[in-house]
Design a protein. Structure first.
Length: 559
C-alpha cells in the first residue's frame, strides 16, 4: 500500500515458526541471548532477553507460575495451560469474532480434561480486518491475534468478553469460537525426533519458478564488500539496474482491466504503460494470470463503492465484495463521511481466483492524465509489486486461497521488506529518468514516520545508527509488526525498508529481491533464502545494510 497505515491483507488463521527465532541452551541471568524481547523458561523462572549496553542478555528472571501441560493429570486444579513445546512460536489470528478492541478482551483456550484453560501468550493484540466491515459492524472492526507456545494436536478456541460479533455464547454471555486443532508441524519446523518412515508426512515439493541460477553474481558496481564506501552511488546503480532488467526481459501477456471513475483525471494508457514495465521486470517469476484495478479520486469514491460489487462479479474476484469496502476506503481521507482526498492504494488477493487486483486512489493534482509526480503515480507499480509478492505462493498446496497467500508472505518475511520492496521497485519503474527517481526516492526514504507506540524508539532522527538499524532489520517480530495498535514497525518499511531494499537492488538487481520470496515460498526460511540468493549470511548482510543506511541517513537525515 502507498502512504497508508493499513494492512495489505489479513489471513484469518496461521501458524508458523519464526524463521529468525533462535533458541539457546537454558538461560541464566547475564548470559548472552540472541533476540531482544524473546522469553525462555528455565528452573522455574521466565527469563527475558533485554539490552544491556550494546549486548543482548537474559535478565534476572521472574518466577513462572505452575501451570497445566498436556500431560498434567491434575489439570482440574490449574487455571491456565503451558505447552510442553517451549520452542515453536505459533501466530494465531481469530477466524471468528469481530470485536471492538477498546471494549473487548480475547484469549486462546486449550481443552484439557473437561475444562477450557487459557494460555499465557508471548504477545497479543488486535488488527483491523476487511473481514469485519465497518459498514455492518461499526467499531467491531478487529480480529484478535496471539503469539504463543502450543503443542501439535491440542484443541483450542478463542474466548471473548465484551463487544464481539460471534455466533456462539456461553451462559455468562461471553462469546467463543468453534474448536480448532493445531496441526503437527512439518519436519523442518520441528525439533522432535523424526518419526518412522511410514508415519513421516510427505515432503513439500512445491518450487516457485526462478528465472536465473543462484547466488546472483557479485561483480557489479555495488557489492556487499564495497557498499558502505560507495553508498552515495547506490541510488544511481539501483535505478539503472531496474531499467536494465525491464529492457532485458520479454513482454509477457497478462490480460489487464482498468476501470476509472468518471471524474478521475487519468487514463488506462497511463496506467497500463507502467504495468507493462512491471510485467517485463518480473517476467520469469510467478505473476498473477491477470490483473485489474478500480481507479478513483475523492470525487469518485462513492461511485467506486457502488461500482465495486459489479466489477468484482464481472472479474470473478470475490463472492463477498462488501468485505472489501474498507480496503476501498482505506486510501482516502474523509470528512463527515465524504471523501476529501484519495492518495493511497490497496493490493488484494482473493480465495476465488489467482488473479491480481488493486484499489487505486488518484491524488489530484499530483497524478493526472497530463502530468504526474513519481511518488503518487508509482502507486500503480507499488501495488502491482504487492500482487507479485503474493503470487509466489500460487500453486503451493499449503496456501489454498488468496488470503492465505497474503499471510504466507507476511509470516516468512520481515515486514520492512513488504513496503520496502514495493517502493524500491515501484518507484524506479515509474521514474522515466534518474533525477525523477532521486526526487521520489528522497521524499520517501527521508520522510519521518510517526513511531508512536513503536518498540524501536532508537529509529528516530537522532538514533539512526548502524547498530539500531541492523537490530531493526534483523530482529523484527513478524507477528506484531503489522499491528497498528502495538508496534508501528511496519510503517518504517516505507523509508528504512525502502533504503535497505534499494541496496539489495543495487547489489543484485531488482529480480534478486523477488528471488528471496520465491525461495521462501519454496520452503526456505528468510535466512536460508538470503544466503542462497546473495551468497552471504543474513546476519552479515544485515550488519552491512545497517552501516550503509547509517551513512546515508548521516548525509541526508529524515525530515
Amino acid at each position: 500500500m502507498k502512504k497508508l497505515a493499513g494492512l495489505l491483507g489479513i489471513a484469518l488463521v496461521a501458524t508458523f515458526m519464526s524463521p529468525m527465532q533462535s533458541f539457546a541452551a537454558a538461560p541464566k541471568a547475564g548470559a548472552t541471548c540472541t533476540k531482544l524481547g524473546s522469553t525462555s523458561i528455565a528452573s522455574g523462572k521466565t527469563f527475558t532477553c533485554v539490552k544491556s549496553g550494546k549486548k543482548a542478555v537474559w535478565d534476572k528472571g521472574v518466577a513462572a507460575p505452575t501451570a497445566a501441560t498436556g500431560s498434567n493429570s491434575n489439570a482440574e486444579q490449574i487455571n491456565f495451560f503451558v505447552a510442553t513445546d517451549q520452542k515453536t512460536v505459533h501466530h494465531l489470528i481469530a477466524n471468528e469474532g469481530c470485536a471492538n478492541p477498546t471494549k473487548s478482551t480475547a484469549e486462546v483456550q486449550v481443552s484439557v480434561g473437561n475444562k477450557w484453560l487459557a494460555i499465557k501468550p508471548i504477545k497479543s493484540g488486535w488488527a483491523t480486518s476487511p473481514a469485519c466491515p465497518v459498514a455492518q459492524l461499526g467499531k467491531m472492526d478487529s480480529l484478535a491475534w496471539v503469539d504463543a507456545y502450543l503443542d501439535p494436536g491440542v484443541a483450542y478456541r478463542w474466548y471473548f468478553k465484551g463487544e464481539v460479533n460471534i455466533e456462539h455464547h456461553d451462559n455468562l454471555g461471553n462469546g467463543y469460537s468453534a474448536s480448532q486443532t493445531l496441526p503437527a508441524p512439518t519436519p523442518a519446523e520441528s525439533a522432535a525426533p523424526t518419526p518412522k518412515a511410514s508415519a513421516t508426512p510427505k515432503p513439500v515439493t512445491f518450487k516457485a519458478p526462478m528465472p536465473f541460477t543462484l547466488p546472483v553474481p557479485q561483480n557489479g558496481l555495488i557489492t556487499f564488500s564495497n557498499a558502505v564506501s560507495q553508498y552515495a552511488q547506490i541510488p544511481q546503480v539501483a535505478w539503472q539496474n531496474v531499467q536494465d532488467a525491464i529492457s532485458a526481459n520479454q513482454q509477457p501477456n497478462i490480460p489487464t482491466t482498468i476501470v476509472i471513475g468518471p471524474n478521475t483525471d487519468t487514463t488506462s494508457l497511463q496506467i497500463t504503460t507502467l504495468l507493462n514495465k512491471a510485467y517485463r521486470l518480473f517476467n520469469g517469476f510467478q505473476q498473477p494470470p491477470s490483473f485489474s484495478a478500480l481507479v478513483y479520486n475523492a470525487k469518485d469514491e462513492a461511485w467506486a463503492e457502488s461500482e465495486w460489487p459489479k466489477f468484482a462479479s464481472q472479474q470473478n474476484l470475490t463472492n463477498d465484495p462488501a468485505s472489501r469496502i474498507n480496503s476501498l476506503r482505506a486510501g482516502c481521507g474523509f470528512s463527515g463521511g465524504v471523501a476529501t482526498e484519495c492518495y493511497g492504494g490497496m493490493a488484494q488477493a482473493f480465495p476465488t481466483t489467482d488473479a491480481g487486483f488493486a484499489f487505486m486512489g488518484v491524488q489530484s493534482p499530483y497524478w493526472s492524465a497530463s502530468s504526474s509526480q513519481v511518488g503518487p503515480i508509482s502507486q500503480v507499480t507499488h501495488e502491482y509489486t504487492h500482487n507479485v509478492q503474493f503470487a509466489q505462493w500460487i500453486g503451493s498446496t499449503s496456501t489454498p486461497n488468496g488470503q492465505v497467500r497474503v499471510e504466507s508472505f507476511h509470516n516468512v518475511t520481515p515486514c520492512w521488506f513488504s513496503e520496502g520492496q514495493a517502493n524500491a521497485i515501484g518507484i524506479p519503474i515509474a521514474a522515466n529518468d534518474f533525477i525523477s527517481y532521486l526526487q521520489g526516492r528522497d521524499n520517501s526514504i527521508r520522510r519521518k514516520i510517526n513511531e508512536s507506540g513503536s518498540s524501536k524508539p532508537a529509529l528516530t532522527n537522532n538514533g539512526l545508527t548502524a547498530d539500531a538499524i541492523t537490530s531493526f532489520l534483523y530482529g523484527q517480530n513478524i507477528a506484531t509488526c503489522y499491528n497498528p495498535t502495538t508496534n508501528n514497525d511496519w510503517q518504517l518499511g516505507y523509508n528504512v525498508g525502502f533504503a535497505a531494499t534499494e541496496v539489495l537492488v543495487a547489489i543484485g538487481g531488482p529480480q534478486s529481491t523477488m528471488a528471496l520470496l520465491a525461495q521462501t515460498a519454496s520452503g526456505k526460511t528468510w535466512a536460508e533464502a538470503f544466503q542462497n540468493v546473495y551468497g552471504i549470511s543474513w546476519k552479515n548482510g544485515a550488519d552491512i545494510l545497517g552501516k550503509v543506511l547509517e551513512a546515508e541517513y548521516a548525509a541526508k537525515p529524515t525530515v
